[in-house]
Design a protein around this ligand. Structure first.
Ligand code: FES
Ligand code: FES
Length: 226
């Protein structure tokens, strides 16, 4: 039982964790039972498969900085997420507000079969794309490993903690490569940010532009007051 209220944001929606949850309960359990965002799945339940991957933005009151990391919500305790902003695959984009380029690339390359791993892979790829854009590695071709560029290699490496048991990796890596080919990974913000332009809007503004050719970096949601 919680003696103090745990509050977090999930895809921009305020979630007050019921007192029936202990701070040591898993984040995934709150996501799946107390929110409408059931994209994150429980695969292994022990940090090995990545099906539960979500983004967590946390505010550090000492430094005033917001840190962002992908986390396994099957391992993260709800207590450690107090005040955090959690983004699931649904928060990256949807049919109403426009899909995130990662979602479009995965669909375009048929990179999902049963779909159980897909929400986690989507979040992992989106985070890796943002990291790659921030690091902006040299465009030098990677000699070994079969990747097209350092950026593609970096994005594909972001899938280290994710397993897919039925689609096969080729279409998933093809989607990662397509994301890496986007000209300016920092240029376009995610559709889920109110001040941003989603890929859908960008297509409308630039007729003829192929879907998924613009990359959206995700929003950084502010800390949640408890
Ligand atoms: S369910 Fe969390 S890593 Fe597998
Ligand atoms: S699509 Fe089935 S496990 Fe990945």
């Amino acid at each position: 039982m919680c003696t103090s209220t745990i509050v977090l944001a999930v895809n921009g929606e305020r979630v007050v964790v019921p007192a029936s949850f202990s701070p040591s309960h898993r984040l995934i359990d709150v996501l799946r039972s107390e929110t409408r965002f059931t994209g994150p799945k429980v695969g292994c339940g022990e940090g090995g498969c990545g099906a539960c991957t979500v983004l967590a933005d946390r505010f550090d009151p000492v430094t005033g900085a917001v840190s962002r990391a992908t986390i396994n919500s099957c391992l993260a305790t709800i207590g450690s997420c107090n005040g955090a902003s959690i983004t699931t695959a649904e928060g990256l984009g949807n049919s109403k507000r426009g899909f995130h380029p990662v979602q479009e690339a995965l669909a375009k390359h048929f990179a999902s079969q049963c779909g159980y791993c897909t929400p986690g892979i989507t979040v992992a790829l989106a985070a890796a794309a943002d990291r790659a854009a921030a690091a902006e590695p040299a465009a030098a071709t990677v000699e070994a490993g079969g990747c097209d560029s350092a950026r593609a290699a970096a994005i594909a490496a972001g899938l280290d903690g994710n397993l897919c048991r039925c689609t096969g990796w080729r279409p998933i890596i093809d989607a990662a490569r397509e994301i890496a080919d986007l000209e300016d990974l920092h240029k376009h913000a995610c559709c889920c940010s109110s001040s941003s332009r989603c890929s859908k809007a960008l297509r409308q503004q630039a007729p003829g532009t192929a879907g998924g050719r613009q990359h959206g970096s995700r929003r950084v949601q502010g800390p949640v007051a408890s």
